[in-house]
Write a protein that binds this ligand. Structure first.
Ligand code: MRU
Length: 351
């Protein structure tokens, strides 16, 4: 089976190619963004989604801007690319990887001496972000092997798979690596209302890889835990701050239940998802269109005008988390904050 690569950069067209995730699983369609507003729209609509994939899209977006920008001076050039970068930054506020990817390429553009140098270095930097995310996800998968026993029944929420990254995945990277290592595992995938990333994307990815998966609604997880049918929970993250982990709405509920039933609860995420200098109260949680809750994939399921609260993410306090599986080992917060900070400096990961 060909690996899924949800975001690719084509400098010669120039364009960003992406898998249109809102259409899955019914339709697999590859689309092309040739302008910054097109790319921003794909991000807002969740055509491209998942923290590391947003980082890749942000990086490609800045490189695309660099290739599209016509300017007479490097100063004017940088000003235009910065303005496009800001447009991309204003798409979704919570996943820190988006800002990491954008800033990684923007820094390269800002330090170039000529427009030609800026263009060619931006292309290389965007490719680096994608390639490094791919290597990172495989490393996260290897790290995670130690927490997945043979025979494990694993619960996951949302989609932290290849579709949410450059490929392979974070939480699903751990699951894929365990499967590849010959462990006999099975997965419960929570549906993930309102936008169904668990049922539409996670089950699709796992079936494609012939990994044993059962779909449940979000409200069924607690019962399975109480019945002793979940051995471990592994989910991804959108932003990891000093006192909490932000991830798809519903994650906190699973963490509380896992804690109540003594089930290990792991986050799988790259170092680029850490924003350890911030704390929970400093972070903006994206609130989305009420119709995403009033309807299910366009089909009306509630009265037209019923008031709705639709936060896309929640925060799980660190005391509910057994460990954070990264490409450099498994860490705990707040205890390992200095190690993480140092690792990010050593690896030049500026978030
Ligand atoms: O709103 P989404 O679909 O972008 O939310 C995605 C998630 O919450 C994922 O769990 C998270 O980004 C980790 S992806 C490796």
């Amino acid at each position: 089976m060909q690996p899924l690569r949800p975001v690719l950069f084509h400098p010669h067209i120039p364009s960003v190619e992406y898998i249109e995730q809102t259409l899955l699983p019914d339709t697999y369609e590859v689309r092309t963004a040739k302008t910054i507003p097109d790319l921003a729209d794909a991000i807002i609509r969740l055509g491209i989604r998942g923290a590391p994939a947003l980082g890749c899209a942000g990086a490609c977006g800045v490189a695309l801007s660099a290739l599209l920008t016509k300017a007479d001076s490097i100063l004017e050039f940088v000003k235009q690319v910065k303005s496009d970068a800001n447009l991309l930054k204003n798409t979704r506020p919570t996943a820190v990887n988006l800002f990491y990817g954008i800033d990684y390429v923007l820094n390269v553009v800002e330090s170039a001496l000529t427009i030609e140098e800026a263009k060619s270095r931006a292309v290389d930097a965007a490719r680096e972000v994608i390639d490094s995310d791919s290597r990172t996800c495989h490393a996260i998968g290897k790290t995670g092997l130690s927490v997945i026993p043979d025979g494990a029944r694993i619960l996951t929420h949302c989609n932290a798979g290849a579709l949410a990254c450059a490929e392979w995945g974070t939480a699903l990277g751990v699951i894929r690596s365990a499967h590849e290592a010959g462990k006999n595992i099975s997965v419960y995938s929570c549906e993930t209302r309102p936008l169904l990333q668990g049922s539409r994307l996670t089950t699709w990815e796992l079936l494609r890889d012939e990994i044993d998966v059962t779909l449940i609604t979000d409200s069924m997880a607690a019962v399975l835990m109480r019945k002793g049918e979940i051995d471990v929970v592994v989910v991804g993250a959108d932003r990891i701050v000093s006192d909490a982990v932000f991830n798809k709405i519903g994650t906190y509920m699973h963490a509380v239940c896992a804690h109540a039933h003594n089930i290990p609860f792991y986050i799988a995420a790259p170092l680029s998802t850490f924003d350890e200098k911030s704390s929970e109260s400093m972070i903006t949680v994206e609130e989305r269109d009420p119709d995403e809750v009033r309807k299910i994939r366009g089909c009306v399921t509630s009265p037209d005008q019923v008031p709705v609260w639709n936060p896309a993410f929640d925060a799980t306090p660190v005391h509910l988390i057994s460990g954070i599986i990264t490409e450099y080992g498994i860490f705990s917060l707040p205890g390992d904050i200095e190690i993480i900070n140092q690792l990010k400096k050593d690896k030049n990961i500026q978030v």
